[in-house]
Design a protein around this ligand. Sequence first.
Ligand SMILES: Cc1cc2nc3c(=O)[nH]c(=O)nc-3n(C[C@H](O)[C@H](O)[C@H](O)COP(=O)(O)O)c2cc1C
Length: 428
Amino acid sequence: MSAERTKVTVGVCGGIAAYKSVELVRLLQDTGYDPHVVMTKAAEEFVRPLTFAAISGHKVITTLWGEDAGSDSEEEASSIEHINEAQTTKLLIVAPATADILAKFAHGLADDFLSTMYLATTAPVIVAPAMNVVMWEHPATRANVETLRARGVKVIEPGSGYLACGMVGGGRLAEPATIVMAVVETLSKGSVGLRADEAAYGSPGLEAAEQELDFAGETVLVTAGGTREAIDPVRFIGNRSSGRMGYAVAAAARRRGARVILITAPTDLACPAGVEVVQVVSAGEMRDSVMQRLREATIVVMAAAVSDYRVRSVAAQKIKRESARAVLLELEATEDILREVVAQRVVGTIVVGFAAETQDALANGRAKLAGKGVDAVVVNDVSVEGIGFDSEKNAGSFLTRDGAVELPVMSKATMAERILDEVAKLRG
Ligand SMILES: Cc1cc2nc3c(=O)[nH]c(=O)nc-3n(C[C@H](O)[C@H](O)[C@H](O)COP(=O)(O)O)c2cc1C
């Protein structure tokens, strides 16, 4: 398994709901995919390509004919772009899919990049339609949708509610999180989204997706975020953990086919799609949730920054400034969740701890490895500028009893993949 992220192509069409695709692209990224965006001419009337380029980090394809249509690399730029995009993507998701694009797909028209790419790809295809309710219920649209379904295209039914046109009824684009869930499911199972002919004869797109499912059958329990210990009803002792590392591990494990339970302290992050999420606040709550779910797990990755201490006596009312010149907080140790997990795990469950250190990172990591009896420790020096807490990037070492694997500076999404690569080796 390489640390490279799975490429998915997001087709954006000309409907009011095009703005929701911005959130979709961001969520796909958070879930560990590498989204590339193709826009129709009409879509550009609703959202600027620059918005998608900024979020995805890739050029946005808007035309069949443009000089720079397509790729980031010179090698790809010299190829025929729609064929290149069609062959290199692992999945095509069109959201919002207009009545127009559904008709083009159903009838094999190929007069722009998206419709041409659709014909040229063997990857699974998902469409998420959005339109006025009368357009959605029109016999022509119904027939086109049924044609696409019969060919194995997955259709994410639009929801009901108030539409942009002022009418009430079906036709509202599914929520971005629902769409991401369908992407995850499709790439995990590889059973939907195939055209009928490919379902019979196999698909290169499916094969590529299946190669990455090396955690299928595993249940990965991940902890994330920084716990909060109450001082009084409005204040707490917290830490600088953003939760990004744990969320990245959860998203990567899900994408590689695992069932994932994410036990998370408060963060600002969107929950990765397809993951069971348990929200907790304090170290005590995290301990209880982890112990409750431990027996389900075959792999445990403890990436949360759990407070080592809590306030012994939490004030029932807000502590007033004038009530004392100095306030002394007496702290008591919280439970050692990692040690308890190791003691109570089912034999064979792999346990990976994290050690965020500010000095002697390697030595402290080794001490944690030996002292807690875990299978591996990911150690990082959080005093280094630009990595670790509150940062998009991380670096460190993956320590086991057999040695250390260096993890140089990289994005947390890539680091999550590298960590899972090492866990896969531990599993033997
Ligand atoms: C303001 C406005 C909103 C529109 N919203 C939708 C829509 O939600 N769904 C749809 O199918 N068409 C919608 N249309 C019509 C499409 O933009 C039109 O059919 C266009 O040709 C679609 O092109 P495309 O499929 O290449 O993106 C809308 C048009 C306008 C002017």
